[in-house]
Every structure is written in structure tokens, then in C-alpha cells.
Design a binder for this molecule. Structure first.
Ligand SMILES: *[C@@H]1O[C@H](CO)[C@@H](O)[C@H](O)[C@H]1NC(C)=O
Ligand SMILES: *[C@@H]1O[C@H](CO)[C@@H](O)[C@H](O)[C@H]1NC(C)=O
Ligand SMILES: *[C@@H]1O[C@H](CO)[C@@H](O)[C@H](O)[C@H]1NC(C)=O
Ligand SMILES: *[C@@H]1O[C@H](CO)[C@@H](O)[C@H](O)[C@H]1NC(C)=O
Ligand SMILES: *[C@@H]1O[C@H](CO)[C@@H](O)[C@H](O)[C@H]1NC(C)=O
Ligand SMILES: *[C@@H]1O[C@H](CO)[C@@H](O)[C@H](O)[C@H]1NC(C)=O
Ligand SMILES: *[C@@H]1O[C@H](CO)[C@@H](O)[C@H](O)[C@H]1NC(C)=O
Ligand SMILES: *[C@@H]1O[C@H](CO)[C@@H](O)[C@H](O)[C@H]1NC(C)=O
Ligand SMILES: *[C@@H]1O[C@H](CO)[C@@H](O)[C@H](O)[C@H]1NC(C)=O
Ligand SMILES: *[C@@H]1O[C@H](CO)[C@@H](O)[C@H](O)[C@H]1NC(C)=O
Ligand SMILES: *[C@@H]1O[C@H](CO)[C@@H](O)[C@H](O)[C@H]1NC(C)=O
Ligand SMILES: [Cu+2]
Length: 590
């Protein structure tokens, strides 16, 4: 690794271009001349993984740790060797676990109880002098004086004091170096929020994409006696699915690009890491034997940048969606397909009583590799396989699954919106070469610029997220709070860019850039969300309450050091430079 980062590639001229990306960002680029004997991996042109027969590995579930006992637990990060497929040598991962021996990728599933405080200490036991992937030193990144692999763990979706939120500058290494905003390794999670599926993952500045691709992610479930409906599938019928993609070398190592897109002047950074192997809970295209019953699948898109549009290979199997990022939906909804961006969680019921014993079905994916390239890697068109089998031992009695028609009252969004005290228009932009080195920005500002998103605690804001890049899509994540999508609205980018119209005039005014009236959110995005897809040529309007969903006060002070962040959840974008501070201010005086 050491000599790789020193051998920075020379940017020569070649007739070969990564044509699609070049066209999309509006200029031509050229390939670097690769020097020396080292095997390099070019962003957008990784060597295909060795062929692996799909659906031969059984799905495994990460170990579960009960964190509702009041007893503090310690999770370390370790370098481990784990098998993703029998035809591939073991892979080196960075992984969470209670010890070197028990560390797994994905990490253990932490099970918390609503309103029961959990104490989780994260330690760094990765003693590699350098990361297993090449750190791009032209990005703003954690740079420990004594080297090593910095980590900092964020509980995604968690409502906690910011010193426990995994601030990107609060990293620490095994050798004891700490980032400028480091406070503690001991985290306190109040769990005073709805029953929901969260996840914990690394959030180190400029290195999140590397640490998460290396394996640093796991699930966190909040259960609630008052909210979890009785008779929902549980135990062996409730299956968590962490879906991620990776590319592999024949020796089992993860193939992560170490040559970026010239002449963007970031020698290693790749704008969208995607792989040609789909992993579910760390196994390549696994299978699961299911009984003729209703199953509850709790799905996380844990990919760096890949979106999935999930559907079953047989239309008799559909998703009854009962939850989003932030908990139960007020109205469950039957869907044939669900699109999940990185960090999206969906809680779905699948009724295998609709299909015969002995039959098999695939969970497929129809989403392009990236919206930028709009290419499809055929091996990513499928995710896993379900075999419907006779139940062994117990009699397969009719299962008593009762799905409530409602999990609670529909929030009065327009009523809340009328009490909003601040309207904020935030924009997604890109800096393009040759004038600037490619990066993605929020509001034209860099991560290191002073905070501009400074909401007052216990107020409601309306955020318009205005996508001002000619192409691409960005899933935007806000820490601490959940929000509701009020609407999305398409506009004509070409006309806006040419100053022929304005977004300040409403549709259908002749001077308005909007090409349609405001549209309701996608069916699978109706509900509490902490991450939201913002497509190019659209404005997404969010209702963002800066208070707990209970309507009560926080039990902690969200205005203290080091503060929160909001960012794009394409990890490659977040690292360069699509992340900003979220500095919550004291509440207005009464
Ligand atoms: C992709 O890599 C292969 C070698 O692995 C090379 O032959 C080909 O020219 C590359 N294509 C592009 C567009 O970079
Ligand atoms: C490969 O990984 C598996 C776990 O997936 C482990 O049990 C086994 O010991 C590993 N083998 C080697 C040679 O490290
Ligand atoms: C695996 O193969 C890749 C590509 O040849 C190489 O760069 C890497 O060092 C190898 N990893 C190990 C652990 O041998
Ligand atoms: C995907 O689901 C949406 C509704 O959420 C539906 O309108 C669309 O037709 C579905 N697409 C396919 C290919 O089934
Ligand atoms: C992406 O490619 C598919 C076919 O490969 C095509 O049907 C679709 O229109 C393309 N989408 C965009 C946005 O170009
Ligand atoms: C789903 O994946 C399976 C397994 O690869 C494949 O046979 C099937 O054609 C796919 N279905 C669709 C509709 O793409
Ligand atoms: C929503 O709130 C507004 C303002 O408080 C109120 O006028 C309206 O009746 C409410 N709507 C419903 C359906 O409760
Ligand atoms: C672009 O990156 C190069 C290499 O890191 C640097 O020398 C140059 O100053 C950067 N240009 C701008 C406009 O940021
Ligand atoms: C946007 O406006 C341009 C210029 O008026 C027009 O050519 C184009 O068709 C419009 N695009 C859409 C999607 O309406
Ligand atoms: C946006 O406008 C600028 C001129 O102001 C032009 O150079 C550029 O090509 C336009 N971009 C697109 C995608 O239309
Ligand atoms: C939002 O900001 C963008 C970029 O500054 C601007 O073009 C747009 O008009 C603004 N929208 C509103 C409604 O003010
Ligand atoms: Cu992005």
C-alpha cells in the first residue's frame, strides 16, 4: 500500500475516455498512464470479480447483542478474515465485534428498548499502519500524526447528544491519536424515539467511503412494547437484510479503485464506487429457506453509492411496507417494487403463503449501477433467492399475522407547516474542472466553512433541497432529526441555467422553471425519513421539526459541542465535499 500511494499516476492523453461520465460532467477526460508493475484499479473500469455461482451460500444473520440491560457493552473494530463465498478465498475486512474472535462483517445487531438508555463504547483495535484502501490525500481527510486507521462510529438515525453522534472530526486511532472534535469513546444512546431500524457505521472525515467499504457497519434495532404491534412476524420470521455491493480480486481482497478520474486532480477518489457482487449480510447472493408464512424483512441499503430497485421475480410476491427509516408507517402500503438509496431502511412483510411449497423466487434489482452512467452490470440484477420449504418439526399451522390498517394517526403536515418559523433553500452543486477540481458541494460551501445551517431547537423549518447539477442524484441525510417529504417538483434545468426562468415563481407561471405542479412523495417515502433521494431537475420540500417525534423535549442538550452534520449519503460524495455542519441553536425565548 505504501508505495501505491507514493506512485501517483501521471495523467497522459489517450483516445479512451470514460465517455459517459465525461459527457455527463460536460467535458472530455483522459486515462492515466499506469506506471510500474503494480496492479491498479481504475475508477469506473474495475476488473470483473471472478465468477461466483449465485444462490449457493445460505443467508447468515449477524450475532445479536441485547443493549437494553443497562450494562455497558464494548465493541471494537478489528481486522478480520471472512468468507463471502465458497469459491472465493477469504476477504480481509475491518469489522465490529466484542473481540477479535467474535468480530463480524456486518457487525453485531444491537437490540435496544425504547426509553431504556444504552451504553456503547467503541474502541479502535485496527493496528494497520495504513488503510487497506488508498487514502486520497487531496481530499480533506483525517490525518493522524502517527498514521494508522482512524475510525469514529455514527449511529445513523439515532437521537443522541452530539458528542455521541460520531462527528466526522471526532475520529481516533488504535495508537491514541484523536481528531480535533474528539470527545469520548463511550456513547450514551437514550433510545427515546420510535421503534425503528437504525444502523451504526463509520463516519471519519474524508475516509467514510473507505471504512464502510472495508466493513464497518452494523444494525441497531429499537423495540417498543407500546408501538410494536402484536402478531407481527418475529423471531426466525423477522429477517434483517443488509444489502451492499463490492468488487473482488481473485485472491478474495476487495477491489476498491486506487486511480480516480483524471483530470479531476484527485488521484484516487472515485465519484461512485459500485461493485459487481451483491452481498446480503456479508454473503454473495445468498439463499434463504422460508416456510409458507408471512415474513418480516428489515432491509438496509448499506452500499457506498449503489441504489436498488427491489422486486420479486414472481408478481405473487409483493412488499407490504410497514415502516421507513424512522419507524412504522401510519398506513401500510402494498408495493411491487421499492427503490432504496444508500442508508434507506424499509420494513416490509412478504406473504409466502401465496406460493406453493417447493417453489423458489428471486429478490431482483432493476436499478442502474449509477444514475450518472446509466449502465447495468448483469450480475447486480439479482440479490438473493428464497426457497419455500415445508416446515420441519412443527406443524405449519395457519399463521396468525394481523396487520393493522393503521399504526397511528396521519400527521397533519400542512398544519405543522403553517407553524414553521424558517424557510431554508439549500442547493446541491458540483464544482467542475478545468476551473475547479471535481467535488460536490452543499450550498456552494465546503465542509470546513463556517456553519450556515443553524436551526433553533424546538422550531419547525421547511427545507427546499434544490438540485442544481445537470445530472445525477443525491440521497441527503440530516442527523439528529427525522423529516417528512411535503412534495417534489420538477423543473427545467436548461432554462434555469440559461436564466430564462426562475424557481421563485410558482408553476404554471410563464416565468417559472417548474414543469409541473408539486407532486406527492413516492409511496415508499411517505413516513418519517432521515435520508431522502433528490433527483436532478427537482426540488424536494421537507418539513423538518427540530424536536423529538414524541413532541416532547429532548432529555439531552442538542446545542453542545461538537454539533451535528448533514450530508449526501453517497459516501464517495460525502467524502468530497458534500457535507456540512448542522449547528443547533438554543430555542427561541418564550
Ligand atoms: C479498462 O481496463 C481494461 C484492462 O483491464 C483495458 O483494456 C481497457 O482499455 C480499459 N477501458 C477503459 C475505458 O478504461
Ligand atoms: C475464513 O473465514 C471464515 C469465516 O467466514 C473463518 O471461519 C475461517 O477461519 C477463515 N479462514 C481463514 C483461512 O482465515
Ligand atoms: C490481492 O490481489 C490484488 C490484485 O492483484 C493485490 O493488489 C493485493 O495486494 C492482493 N491482496 C493480498 C492480500 O494478497
Ligand atoms: C414500481 O412501483 C410503482 C409504484 O410504487 C409502480 O407505479 C410501477 O409501475 C412499478 N414498476 C414496475 C416495473 O412494476
Ligand atoms: C437508462 O438506460 C435504459 C436502458 O438501458 C433506458 O431505458 C433508460 O431510458 C435510460 N435512462 C436514462 C435516464 O438515460
Ligand atoms: C431475477 O433474477 C433471476 C436470477 O438471476 C433471473 O433468473 C430472473 O430472470 C430475474 N428476473 C427478472 C425479472 O429480472
Ligand atoms: C391541520 O391543522 C390545521 C391548522 O392547525 C387545521 O386547520 C386543520 O383542520 C388540521 N387538519 C386536520 C385534518 O386535522
Ligand atoms: C486542484 O487540485 C490540484 C492538486 O491537488 C491543486 O494543486 C490545485 O490547486 C487545485 N485547484 C483548485 C482550483 O482547487
Ligand atoms: C427545457 O427547456 C428547453 C429550452 O426551452 C427545451 O428545449 C427542453 O425541451 C425543456 N426540457 C424539458 C424536460 O421540458
Ligand atoms: C449552463 O450555462 C453555462 C453558461 O452560463 C453554459 O456554459 C453551460 O454549458 C450550461 N450547462 C448546461 C448543462 O446547460
Ligand atoms: C433556491 O436557490 C437556488 C440557488 O441559489 C435558486 O436558483 C432558486 O431560485 C432558489 N429557490 C427559491 C424558491 O428561492
Ligand atoms: Cu451525492
Amino acid at each position: 500500500m505504501a508505495n501505491k500511494s507514493k506512485t501517483s499516476p501521471t495523467f497522459g492523453h489517450s483516445s479512451n475516455s470514460i465517455v459517459q461520465i465525461a459527457i455527463l460532467v460536460g467535458f472530455l477526460c483522459s486515462l492515466p498512464v499506469i506506471q510500474g508493475q503494480d496492479v491498479h484499479s481504475q475508477c469506473g473500469n474495475l476488473t470483473a470479480s471472478p465468477p461466483l455461482t449465485p444462490f449457493v451460500v445460505p443467508l447468515t444473520l449477524p450475532p445479536v447483542i441485547d443493549i437494553s440491560t443497562g450494562v455497558p457493552i464494548t465493541l471494537g473494530t478489528y481486522k478480520i478474515s471472512q468468507s463471502v463465498h465458497p469459491d472465493l478465498p477469504n476477504t480481509t475486512f475491518y469489522a465490529y465485534g466484542t473481540s477479535q474472535e467474535t468480530a463480524t462483517y456486518p457487525g453485531p445487531t444491537l437490540e435496544a428498548k425504547q426509553n431504556v438508555v444504552s451504553f456503547v463504547r467503541f474502541e479502535n483495535h485496527i493496528t494497520d499502519p495504513e488503510h487497506i484502501f488508498v487514502v486520497d490525500r487531496t481530499l480533506h481527510h483525517a490525518n493522524p500524526p502517527n498514521g494508522g486507521v482512524p475510525i469514529i462510529t455514527h449511529l445513523h438515525g439515532g437521537d443522541a447528544e452530539s458528542k455521541y453522534d460520531g462527528h466526522p472530526d471526532a475520529w481516533y486511532t488504535a495508537a491514541g491519536d484523536t481528531g480535533p472534535k474528539f470527545v469520548t469513546r463511550d456513547n450514551v444512546y437514550p433510545n427515546e424515539q420510535p421503534a425503528s431500524l437504525l444502523w451504526y457505521h463509520d463516519h471519519t472525515v474524508g475516509m467514510t467511503r473507505l471504512n464502510v467499504a472495508a466493513g464497518l457497519a452494523g444494525l441497531y434495532i429499537i423495540r417498543s412494547e407500546s408501538e410494536d404491534p402484536p402478531f407481527l412476524p418475529s423471531g426466525e420470521f423477522e429477517i434483517p437484510l443488509v444489502i451492499q455491493d463490492r468488487q473482488f480480486f481473485p485472491n478474495g481482497s476487495i477491489n476498491f479503485p486506487d486511480i480516480g478520474l483524471p483530470p479531476f486532480a484527485h488521484p484516487q477518489w472515485c465519484p461512485d464506487y459500485t461493485g459487481d457482487v451483491i452481498l446480503v449480510n456479508g454473503k454473495a447472493w445468498p439463499y434463504l429457506d422460508v416456510q409458507q408464512r408471512v415474513y418480516r424483512l428489515r432491509i438496509l441499503n448499506g452500499a457506498n453509492s449503489r441504489f436498488f430497485t427491489l422486486f420479486f421475480s414472481d408478481s405473487r410476491l409483493q412488499f407490504l411496507q410497514i415502516g421507513t427509516d424512522g419507524g412504522y408507517l401510519w398506513t401500510p402500503i402494498l408495493l411491487s417494487n421499492i427503490t432504496i438509496a444508500p442508508a434507506y431502511r424499509v420494513d416490509v412483510l412478504v406473504d409466502f403463503r401465496a406460493v406453493p411449497i417447493g417453489s423458489s423466487f428471486f429478490l431482483n434489482n432493476s436499478h442502474a449501477d449509477t444514475i450518472l452512467t446509466n449502465t447495468t452490470t448483469p450480475t447486480t440484477n439479482y440479490v438473493m433467492k428464497f426457497n419455500v420449504v415445508r416446515s420441519s418439526g412443527r406443524k405449519s399451522a395457519q399463521q396468525n399475522v394481523v396487520v393493522p390498517s393503521s399504526f397511528g394517526p396521519v400527521p397533519n403536515i400542512s398544519g405543522w407547516a403553517s407553524t414553521a418559523t424558517l424557510y431554508r433553500n439549500v442547493s446541491l452543486v458540483a464544482t467542475l474542472p478545468p476551473v475547479f477540481n471535481l467535488s460536490f458541494l452543499l450550498n456552494n460551501a465546503h465542509w470546513t466553512d463556517a456553519p450556515t445551517e443553524t436551526p433553533q431547537l424546538y422550531t419547525i423549518e421547511i427545507w427546499d433541497i434544490t438540485h442544481l447539477i445537470p445530472n445525477g442524484v443525491h440521497p441527503i441525510h440530516i442527523h439528529l432529526v427525522n423529516f417528512l417529504v411535503m412534495h417534489t417538483q420538477a423543473f427545467n434545468y436548461t432554462r434555469l441555467n440559461a436564466s430564462e426562468c426562475s424557481l421563485q415563481l410558482p408553476y404554471p407561471d410563464a416565468g417559472s422553471c417548474f414543469t409541473q405542479a408539486p407532486q406527492p412523495p413516492n409511496p415508499s417515502e411517505i413516513g418519517w425519513k432521515d435520508t431522502i433521494i433528490v433527483n436532478h431537475g427537482t426540488v424536494v420540500r421537507l418539513l423538518v421539526p427540530f424536536f423529538p417525534r414524541s413532541g416532547q423535549l429532548y432529555s439531552f442538550d442538542p446545542t453542545t459541542f461538537p454539533g451535528y452534520v448533514w450530508h449526501c449519503h453517497i459516501l464517495d460524495h460525502e467524502d468530497n465535499d458534500m457535507m456540512r455542519p448542522l449547528a443547533i441553536q438554543p430555542p427561541p425565548h418564550a
